[in-house]
Design a protein around this ligand. Structure first.
Ligand SMILES: NC(=O)c1ccc[n+]([C@@H]2O[C@H](COP(=O)([O-])OP(=O)(O)OC[C@H]3O[C@@H](n4cnc5c(N)ncnc54)[C@H](OP(=O)(O)O)[C@@H]3O)[C@@H](O)[C@H]2O)c1
Length: 331
């Protein structure tokens, strides 16, 4: 019988709630402890999701010797400090995306994880989702020929709220860090390499966070084009178009339930559906629990190199749009 893994959640916000909802489906992942800046919030969260321990500070959470791994669900600008706290305490860490606001912070955390001999990973669920794996398999098998276009619209309308982490630069807002990370991983996987050129246009909100943008990536065999933002909601498809057919999702980012393979006459020749009724976070929780059970220090798919490649694109986009997280860029 495999060892059960004691999970801790650091923070009690929206994604922490979504992650906590997954635990009943994963018997080896124990909802063990939660830490919040407020003991009251931690206790309410622990009661709602059946966590055994509730702590009123992140420091107390990471001091618990029975915590096997910490999931960090704080705003993006906090990730570097929070992950450093956990790694220094010798904890394995799964940290929400974007894992940090820049590449040098991520490299510093990887060095620390290596020194402490613990697991460290950006919480990037998309490449672990079965429909993503199926689409990638179809591409590798040559079912759509040479990949020429990867296109997705990834936009959700939110009423403007300067205090929300979706808009506030101090909380790490911006399409590049919030949504780009998924799109860049998607394009690199489908083209099977990194882009030769990156170009972004976009609009900055009042405090300088990128509230919408369009990114073009040039790969050896074609282009990826992504539209991202918070001003409007897109109902458009996600498409991987090749010389012999195409692969289409209704919406890869919110549901990703079904993926369709078309031939060159634009007829559907195969459909693949996610079967367990799990969301992306379920696949992540299951897979990371297995990594900890096996004593791995790095996820076999979401490797540090994978995340570093994403940062190469992120850094170019940030520079082109003039997005700078100021004091949060520091180590
Ligand atoms: N993987 C996904 O599908 C996905 C989806 C949405 C968001 N995310 C990522 O998850 C992270 C959190 O997003 P969210 O939407 O959950 O944010 P949120 O609802 O604002 O929650 C963030 C939580 O972080 C803690 N926190 C610590 N310092 C804070 C500060 N200075 N201001 C506000 N909160 C602070 C708070 O918990 P306590 O008060 O309990 O300490 C708060 O509840 C972001 O990095 C985002 O990119 C990932």
């Amino acid at each position: 019988m495999s060892k059960k893994i004691n999970w801790a959640i650091l923070s009690t916000g929206r994604i922490a709630h979504e992650f906590a909802e997954c635990f009943p489906k994963h018997p080896d992942a124990v909802p063990y402890a939660v830490g919040s800046r407020s003991l009251e919030k931690a206790e309410a969260f622990a009661k709602e999701f059946g966590f055994q321990k509730a702590y009123g500070s992140y420091e107390e959470l990471v001091s618990d010797p029975d915590v096997d791994i910490v999931y960090i669900g704080t705003p993006t600008t906090m990730h570097y400090e929070n992950a450093k706290l956990c790694l220094e305490a010798g904890k394995n860490v799964l940290c929400e995306k974007a894992v940090t606001v820049n590449k040098k912070q991520f490299e510093a955390l990887c060095d620390l994880a290596k020194k402490k001999d613990v697991f460290f990973m950006e919480a990037m669920w998309l490449p672990l989702h079965p429909t993503f794996i199926k689409a990638s398999q179809w591409v590798r098998e040559g079912r759509i020929g040479e990949v020429q276009i990867v296109k997705a619209e990834h936009a959700f309308e939110h009423p403007y709220d300067p205090t929300d982490r979706g808009f506030s630069k101090k909380l790490g807002a911006g399409t590049i860090l919030d949504l780009g990370v998924y799109n860049f991983a998607f394009a690199d996987e489908m083209f099977g390499t990194t882009p030769d050129k990156v170009n972004i246009i976009g609009r900055l909100g009042p405090d300088g966070a990128d509230i919408d943008s369009q990114v073009q990536l040039l790969y050896p065999t074609g282009y990826a084009i992504f539209t991202m933002g918070y001003a409007f909601t897109t109902k458009a498809n996600t498409v991987i178009a090749g010389s012999k057919g195409k692969i289409q999702y209704e919406d890869i980012y919110t549901g990703a339930k079904d993926v369709y393979l078309y031939n060159d006459r634009m007829e559907i020749v195969e459909t693949y559906s996610e079967e367990k009724g799990w969301v992306g976070l379920d696949y992540e929780l299951e897979s990371v629990t297995e990594c900890i059970q096996k004593g791995l220090k790095m996820h076999p798919v979401i490797t540090w190199d994978h995340t570093l490649e994403m940062f190469d694109i992120i850094e170019i986009c940030k520079a082109q749009l003039g997005v700078d997280y100021e004091e949060y860029e520091l180590l």
